[in-house]
Design a protein around this ligand. Structure first.
Ligand SMILES: *Cc1c(COP(=O)(O)O)cnc(C)c1O
Length: 375
Protein backbone atom coordinates (compact mmCIF):
# COMPACT_ATOMS: atom_id res chain seq x y z
CA UNK A 1 0.00 0.00 0.00
CA UNK A 2 1.11 3.55 -0.77
CA UNK A 3 0.26 6.74 1.08
CA UNK A 4 -2.69 8.83 -0.08
CA UNK A 5 -0.46 11.67 -1.22
CA UNK A 6 -2.11 14.97 -0.35
CA UNK A 7 1.03 16.72 0.93
CA UNK A 8 3.87 18.59 -0.75
CA UNK A 9 6.88 17.08 0.95
CA UNK A 10 10.48 18.09 1.54
CA UNK A 11 12.84 15.11 1.26
CA UNK A 12 13.90 15.41 4.88
CA UNK A 13 13.44 12.73 7.53
CA UNK A 14 13.64 14.24 11.02
CA UNK A 15 15.12 11.59 13.32
CA UNK A 16 15.56 13.52 16.56
CA UNK A 17 15.01 16.94 18.08
CA UNK A 18 16.20 19.04 21.01
CA UNK A 19 14.87 22.48 21.97
CA UNK A 20 14.72 24.56 18.77
CA UNK A 21 16.79 22.08 16.73
CA UNK A 22 15.90 19.06 14.60
CA UNK A 23 18.33 16.55 13.04
CA UNK A 24 17.71 14.61 9.84
CA UNK A 25 18.68 11.14 8.54
CA UNK A 26 22.20 12.40 7.71
CA UNK A 27 22.53 14.04 11.14
CA UNK A 28 22.32 17.51 9.60
CA UNK A 29 21.13 20.03 12.19
CA UNK A 30 18.23 22.38 11.38
CA UNK A 31 17.04 25.43 13.28
CA UNK A 32 13.27 25.07 13.66
CA UNK A 33 11.37 28.32 13.06
CA UNK A 34 8.23 26.41 12.12
CA UNK A 35 7.69 24.28 15.26
CA UNK A 36 6.07 21.50 13.23
CA UNK A 37 3.29 23.98 12.37
CA UNK A 38 3.06 25.90 15.67
CA UNK A 39 2.76 22.67 17.63
CA UNK A 40 6.13 22.52 19.38
CA UNK A 41 5.59 25.08 22.14
CA UNK A 42 8.13 24.07 24.82
CA UNK A 43 10.80 22.77 22.40
CA UNK A 44 11.57 19.31 21.05
CA UNK A 45 12.24 16.38 23.43
CA UNK A 46 12.10 18.42 26.64
CA UNK A 47 13.44 16.20 29.47
CA UNK A 48 10.54 17.01 31.84
CA UNK A 49 8.00 16.20 29.09
CA UNK A 50 9.72 12.87 28.36
CA UNK A 51 9.75 11.96 32.07
CA UNK A 52 6.08 12.82 32.69
CA UNK A 53 4.74 11.07 29.56
CA UNK A 54 6.92 7.95 30.08
CA UNK A 55 5.95 7.71 33.77
CA UNK A 56 2.28 7.90 32.80
CA UNK A 57 2.68 5.19 30.15
CA UNK A 58 4.18 2.89 32.79
CA UNK A 59 1.10 3.45 35.03
CA UNK A 60 -1.83 3.30 32.59
CA UNK A 61 -2.09 4.37 28.96
CA UNK A 62 -5.81 4.41 28.30
CA UNK A 63 -9.27 3.98 29.73
CA UNK A 64 -12.64 5.47 28.73
CA UNK A 65 -14.45 8.66 29.74
CA UNK A 66 -17.01 6.56 31.65
CA UNK A 67 -14.66 6.59 34.66
CA UNK A 68 -12.86 9.36 36.54
CA UNK A 69 -9.51 10.52 35.17
CA UNK A 70 -8.04 13.00 37.70
CA UNK A 71 -5.47 14.21 35.18
CA UNK A 72 -8.32 15.89 33.25
CA UNK A 73 -9.37 17.96 36.29
CA UNK A 74 -5.76 18.79 37.01
CA UNK A 75 -5.31 20.07 33.46
CA UNK A 76 -8.53 22.10 33.76
CA UNK A 77 -7.15 23.80 36.89
CA UNK A 78 -3.81 24.50 35.22
CA UNK A 79 -5.35 26.00 32.07
CA UNK A 80 -7.78 27.99 34.20
CA UNK A 81 -4.84 29.50 36.04
CA UNK A 82 -2.72 30.11 32.92
CA UNK A 83 -5.60 31.75 31.01
CA UNK A 84 -7.25 33.56 33.93
CA UNK A 85 -10.55 31.85 32.96
CA UNK A 86 -10.79 30.09 36.33
CA UNK A 87 -14.61 30.04 36.26
CA UNK A 88 -14.78 28.37 32.79
CA UNK A 89 -14.96 24.61 32.27
CA UNK A 90 -12.95 22.38 29.99
CA UNK A 91 -14.09 19.88 27.36
CA UNK A 92 -11.35 17.73 25.87
CA UNK A 93 -10.99 16.29 22.37
CA UNK A 94 -8.16 15.39 20.00
CA UNK A 95 -7.55 18.14 17.45
CA UNK A 96 -8.21 21.72 16.51
CA UNK A 97 -10.93 20.98 13.99
CA UNK A 98 -12.71 18.85 16.55
CA UNK A 99 -12.47 21.63 19.15
CA UNK A 100 -14.13 24.09 16.74
CA UNK A 101 -16.71 21.50 15.76
CA UNK A 102 -17.70 21.12 19.43
CA UNK A 103 -17.64 24.90 20.01
CA UNK A 104 -20.07 25.54 17.14
CA UNK A 105 -22.26 22.61 18.14
CA UNK A 106 -22.49 23.91 21.72
CA UNK A 107 -23.32 27.45 20.48
CA UNK A 108 -26.05 26.04 18.26
CA UNK A 109 -27.56 23.90 21.05
CA UNK A 110 -27.43 26.84 23.46
CA UNK A 111 -29.07 29.41 21.15
CA UNK A 112 -31.29 27.04 19.18
CA UNK A 113 -29.97 28.77 16.03
CA UNK A 114 -28.13 27.24 13.07
CA UNK A 115 -26.17 29.99 11.26
CA UNK A 116 -22.55 30.97 11.90
CA UNK A 117 -20.62 34.11 10.92
CA UNK A 118 -17.00 33.57 9.88
CA UNK A 119 -14.36 35.92 8.48
CA UNK A 120 -12.68 36.22 5.11
CA UNK A 121 -9.18 34.59 5.06
CA UNK A 122 -10.15 32.33 8.00
CA UNK A 123 -8.89 28.82 8.69
CA UNK A 124 -10.67 26.65 11.29
CA UNK A 125 -9.82 23.06 10.31
CA UNK A 126 -10.97 20.34 7.95
CA UNK A 127 -13.90 18.48 9.52
CA UNK A 128 -17.38 19.27 8.26
CA UNK A 129 -18.37 22.36 10.25
CA UNK A 130 -14.80 23.58 10.72
CA UNK A 131 -14.06 23.51 6.99
CA UNK A 132 -17.41 25.16 6.21
CA UNK A 133 -16.31 28.23 8.23
CA UNK A 134 -12.89 28.18 6.50
CA UNK A 135 -12.52 30.68 3.66
CA UNK A 136 -11.01 28.35 1.06
CA UNK A 137 -13.52 26.86 -1.44
CA UNK A 138 -10.85 24.39 -2.66
CA UNK A 139 -11.11 22.34 0.54
CA UNK A 140 -14.90 22.54 1.03
CA UNK A 141 -16.84 19.60 -0.48
CA UNK A 142 -20.51 19.86 -1.57
CA UNK A 143 -21.37 17.89 1.60
CA UNK A 144 -19.51 20.38 3.84
CA UNK A 145 -21.05 23.38 2.10
CA UNK A 146 -24.55 22.55 3.42
CA UNK A 147 -23.76 24.50 6.59
CA UNK A 148 -25.28 27.99 6.82
CA UNK A 149 -22.26 30.29 6.91
CA UNK A 150 -22.32 34.07 6.51
CA UNK A 151 -19.11 35.95 5.72
CA UNK A 152 -17.76 39.11 7.33
CA UNK A 153 -14.60 41.21 6.94
CA UNK A 154 -11.99 41.29 9.69
CA UNK A 155 -11.82 44.65 11.53
CA UNK A 156 -15.13 45.78 9.99
CA UNK A 157 -17.85 45.59 12.64
CA UNK A 158 -20.56 46.75 10.21
CA UNK A 159 -20.02 43.62 8.13
CA UNK A 160 -20.73 41.47 11.24
CA UNK A 161 -23.65 43.46 12.61
CA UNK A 162 -25.45 43.35 9.25
CA UNK A 163 -25.67 39.54 9.55
CA UNK A 164 -26.52 39.49 13.26
CA UNK A 165 -29.30 42.01 12.69
CA UNK A 166 -30.87 40.18 9.73
CA UNK A 167 -30.45 36.47 10.60
CA UNK A 168 -30.58 34.14 13.56
CA UNK A 169 -26.87 33.65 14.11
CA UNK A 170 -25.74 31.09 16.71
CA UNK A 171 -22.06 32.06 16.77
CA UNK A 172 -19.34 34.26 15.39
CA UNK A 173 -16.05 32.37 15.06
CA UNK A 174 -12.78 34.30 14.83
CA UNK A 175 -9.08 33.42 15.11
CA UNK A 176 -7.10 35.27 17.80
CA UNK A 177 -4.72 36.08 14.93
CA UNK A 178 -5.41 34.65 11.46
CA UNK A 179 -2.58 32.20 10.75
CA UNK A 180 -3.07 30.35 7.46
CA UNK A 181 -4.81 33.44 6.01
CA UNK A 182 -1.67 35.55 6.43
CA UNK A 183 -1.07 36.81 10.01
CA UNK A 184 -4.03 39.21 10.00
CA UNK A 185 -4.43 40.69 13.47
CA UNK A 186 -7.84 41.82 14.74
CA UNK A 187 -7.50 45.22 16.41
CA UNK A 188 -8.31 45.57 20.12
CA UNK A 189 -11.09 48.02 19.23
CA UNK A 190 -12.60 45.57 16.77
CA UNK A 191 -12.61 42.71 19.31
CA UNK A 192 -14.29 44.97 21.90
CA UNK A 193 -16.94 45.98 19.33
CA UNK A 194 -17.38 42.33 18.36
CA UNK A 195 -17.93 41.38 22.02
CA UNK A 196 -20.55 44.13 22.42
CA UNK A 197 -22.30 43.25 19.14
CA UNK A 198 -22.51 39.55 20.02
CA UNK A 199 -23.98 40.52 23.42
CA UNK A 200 -26.55 42.77 21.74
CA UNK A 201 -27.90 39.95 19.53
CA UNK A 202 -27.43 37.00 21.93
CA UNK A 203 -24.80 35.47 19.65
CA UNK A 204 -22.01 33.25 21.01
CA UNK A 205 -18.46 34.55 20.49
CA UNK A 206 -16.03 31.70 19.71
CA UNK A 207 -12.33 32.54 19.78
CA UNK A 208 -10.22 30.07 17.82
CA UNK A 209 -6.88 30.21 19.68
CA UNK A 210 -5.65 26.92 18.22
CA UNK A 211 -2.63 28.55 16.59
CA UNK A 212 -2.47 31.94 18.34
CA UNK A 213 -2.93 30.57 21.86
CA UNK A 214 -0.62 29.08 24.47
CA UNK A 215 1.77 32.03 24.58
CA UNK A 216 2.29 32.24 20.83
CA UNK A 217 1.62 36.02 20.77
CA UNK A 218 3.27 36.82 24.11
CA UNK A 219 0.04 36.42 26.12
CA UNK A 220 -1.56 33.08 26.96
CA UNK A 221 -4.35 33.88 24.47
CA UNK A 222 -4.10 36.49 21.69
CA UNK A 223 -7.53 37.98 22.51
CA UNK A 224 -6.16 38.99 25.95
CA UNK A 225 -4.35 41.88 24.25
CA UNK A 226 -7.87 43.35 23.80
CA UNK A 227 -9.07 42.56 27.34
CA UNK A 228 -12.31 40.82 26.27
CA UNK A 229 -13.90 37.58 27.52
CA UNK A 230 -15.06 35.17 24.80
CA UNK A 231 -17.90 32.68 25.39
CA UNK A 232 -15.93 29.69 24.09
CA UNK A 233 -12.20 29.39 23.37
CA UNK A 234 -10.81 26.58 21.23
CA UNK A 235 -7.28 25.26 21.71
CA UNK A 236 -5.07 22.56 20.24
CA UNK A 237 -1.65 22.91 18.55
CA UNK A 238 0.69 24.05 21.36
CA UNK A 239 -1.28 22.49 24.21
CA UNK A 240 0.60 19.17 24.39
CA UNK A 241 3.76 19.80 22.31
CA UNK A 242 2.88 17.27 19.61
CA UNK A 243 0.62 14.86 21.44
CA UNK A 244 -2.81 15.27 19.75
CA UNK A 245 -4.97 17.13 22.28
CA UNK A 246 -7.76 19.61 21.57
CA UNK A 247 -9.93 21.51 24.04
CA UNK A 248 -12.63 24.09 24.42
CA UNK A 249 -12.95 26.42 27.40
CA UNK A 250 -16.60 27.08 28.13
CA UNK A 251 -18.20 30.07 29.85
CA UNK A 252 -20.22 29.16 33.00
CA UNK A 253 -23.48 30.27 31.30
CA UNK A 254 -23.48 26.96 29.33
CA UNK A 255 -25.25 24.05 31.05
CA UNK A 256 -23.46 20.71 30.64
CA UNK A 257 -26.17 18.36 29.32
CA UNK A 258 -25.24 14.69 29.84
CA UNK A 259 -24.41 12.89 26.62
CA UNK A 260 -24.52 15.95 24.37
CA UNK A 261 -20.80 16.08 23.69
CA UNK A 262 -18.48 13.08 23.75
CA UNK A 263 -15.35 11.43 22.44
CA UNK A 264 -13.49 8.13 22.71
CA UNK A 265 -9.90 9.36 22.81
CA UNK A 266 -10.36 12.90 24.12
CA UNK A 267 -8.82 13.48 27.56
CA UNK A 268 -6.79 10.26 27.46
CA UNK A 269 -4.07 9.73 30.09
CA UNK A 270 -1.07 10.20 27.82
CA UNK A 271 -2.48 13.36 26.25
CA UNK A 272 -3.28 14.75 29.70
CA UNK A 273 0.20 13.90 31.03
CA UNK A 274 1.72 15.61 27.98
CA UNK A 275 -0.45 18.72 28.41
CA UNK A 276 0.32 18.96 32.15
CA UNK A 277 4.05 18.67 31.42
CA UNK A 278 3.71 21.51 28.89
CA UNK A 279 1.97 23.67 31.52
CA UNK A 280 4.83 22.94 33.98
CA UNK A 281 7.52 23.98 31.53
CA UNK A 282 5.52 26.98 30.28
CA UNK A 283 5.42 28.36 33.83
CA UNK A 284 8.91 27.33 34.92
CA UNK A 285 10.63 28.77 31.85
CA UNK A 286 8.38 31.84 31.54
CA UNK A 287 7.80 31.08 27.86
CA UNK A 288 5.09 33.72 27.53
CA UNK A 289 7.61 36.46 28.29
CA UNK A 290 10.22 34.90 26.01
CA UNK A 291 7.72 34.75 23.16
CA UNK A 292 6.90 38.47 23.56
CA UNK A 293 10.56 39.53 23.83
CA UNK A 294 12.12 37.38 21.12
CA UNK A 295 9.18 38.09 18.79
CA UNK A 296 9.71 41.82 19.19
CA UNK A 297 13.46 41.35 18.73
CA UNK A 298 12.89 39.60 15.39
CA UNK A 299 10.45 42.28 14.20
CA UNK A 300 12.99 45.01 15.08
CA UNK A 301 15.98 43.27 13.50
CA UNK A 302 14.64 41.75 10.27
CA UNK A 303 16.67 42.93 7.28
CA UNK A 304 14.99 45.52 5.06
CA UNK A 305 14.50 44.70 1.40
CA UNK A 306 12.61 46.13 -1.56
CA UNK A 307 11.32 42.57 -2.15
CA UNK A 308 9.34 42.72 1.13
CA UNK A 309 5.85 44.20 0.99
CA UNK A 310 4.90 44.01 4.67
CA UNK A 311 5.91 42.43 7.96
CA UNK A 312 3.13 41.59 10.44
CA UNK A 313 3.43 39.81 13.72
CA UNK A 314 2.92 39.61 17.43
CA UNK A 315 5.11 37.50 19.72
CA UNK A 316 6.46 34.46 17.90
CA UNK A 317 3.75 34.52 15.21
CA UNK A 318 5.30 36.50 12.39
CA UNK A 319 4.47 36.87 8.69
CA UNK A 320 6.91 38.32 6.14
CA UNK A 321 4.96 39.19 3.02
CA UNK A 322 6.77 39.50 -0.32
CA UNK A 323 5.67 41.01 -3.64
CA UNK A 324 6.55 37.69 -5.35
CA UNK A 325 6.17 33.99 -4.46
CA UNK A 326 8.57 32.85 -1.73
CA UNK A 327 9.01 29.15 -2.60
CA UNK A 328 12.65 29.67 -3.70
CA UNK A 329 13.55 31.77 -0.64
CA UNK A 330 12.09 29.10 1.63
CA UNK A 331 14.02 26.35 -0.16
CA UNK A 332 17.29 28.30 0.16
CA UNK A 333 16.67 28.80 3.88
CA UNK A 334 16.02 25.08 4.27
CA UNK A 335 18.66 23.47 2.04
CA UNK A 336 21.49 26.06 2.21
CA UNK A 337 21.04 27.48 5.72
CA UNK A 338 19.22 24.53 7.36
CA UNK A 339 16.37 26.61 8.74
CA UNK A 340 12.76 25.42 8.75
CA UNK A 341 10.13 28.09 8.08
CA UNK A 342 6.40 27.98 7.36
CA UNK A 343 4.29 29.74 4.74
CA UNK A 344 0.92 31.48 4.51
CA UNK A 345 -0.21 31.57 0.89
CA UNK A 346 2.25 31.89 -1.99
CA UNK A 347 3.91 35.16 -0.95
CA UNK A 348 4.35 34.94 2.82
CA UNK A 349 6.96 33.29 5.04
CA UNK A 350 5.40 32.46 8.39
CA UNK A 351 7.52 32.01 11.51
CA UNK A 352 6.07 29.84 14.30
CA UNK A 353 9.13 28.71 16.29
CA UNK A 354 9.11 26.92 19.64
CA UNK A 355 8.45 29.51 22.37
CA UNK A 356 11.91 28.86 23.85
CA UNK A 357 13.69 30.41 20.83
CA UNK A 358 16.65 32.50 22.05
CA UNK A 359 17.82 35.85 20.65
CA UNK A 360 21.05 34.14 19.54
CA UNK A 361 19.02 31.61 17.54
CA UNK A 362 16.90 34.45 16.13
CA UNK A 363 20.16 36.14 15.03
CA UNK A 364 21.15 33.01 13.09
CA UNK A 365 17.91 33.30 11.13
CA UNK A 366 18.20 37.08 10.67
CA UNK A 367 21.72 36.72 9.21
CA UNK A 368 20.79 33.83 6.90
CA UNK A 369 17.63 35.63 5.78
CA UNK A 370 19.66 38.75 4.94
CA UNK A 371 22.04 36.67 2.81
CA UNK A 372 19.21 34.97 0.95
CA UNK A 373 17.54 38.33 0.27
CA UNK A 374 20.69 39.86 -1.28
CA UNK A 375 21.41 36.87 -3.56
C1 LIG B 1 -4.44 24.22 12.76
C2 LIG B 1 -5.66 25.02 13.00
C3 LIG B 1 -6.92 24.42 13.11
C4 LIG B 1 -7.14 22.93 12.89
O1 LIG B 1 -6.44 22.14 13.79
P1 LIG B 1 -6.26 20.57 13.47
O2 LIG B 1 -5.63 20.04 14.72
O3 LIG B 1 -5.38 20.48 12.26
O4 LIG B 1 -7.59 20.02 13.21
C5 LIG B 1 -8.00 25.23 13.40
N1 LIG B 1 -7.88 26.55 13.56
C6 LIG B 1 -6.67 27.17 13.46
C7 LIG B 1 -6.59 28.64 13.68
C8 LIG B 1 -5.53 26.44 13.15
O5 LIG B 1 -4.36 27.04 13.00
Amino acid sequence: MELFDVYTLFDIVPTRGKGCYVWDQNDTQYLDLYGGHAVISIGHSHPHYIDVVSDQLRKIGFYSNSVINPLQSELAKRIGKLSGLTDYSLFLCNSGAEANENALKLASFHTGRSKVVAFRHSFHGRTSGAVAVTDNPKIVSPFNSKHEVLWAELNNIGSVEEHLKNSDVAAVIIEGVQGVGGINIPTADFLKQLRATCDKYGTILVLDEIQSGYGRTGRFFAYQHAGIRPDIVSMAKGIANGFPVGAILINPMFEPVKGRLGTTFGGNYLGMAAAIAVADVYEQENLEKNSAEVGEYILNHLPKSSKIKDVRGIGLMIGIEFYEPIAEIRKKLLYEHHIFTGVAGANMIRLLPPLCLSKEQADVFIKAFGEVLTQ
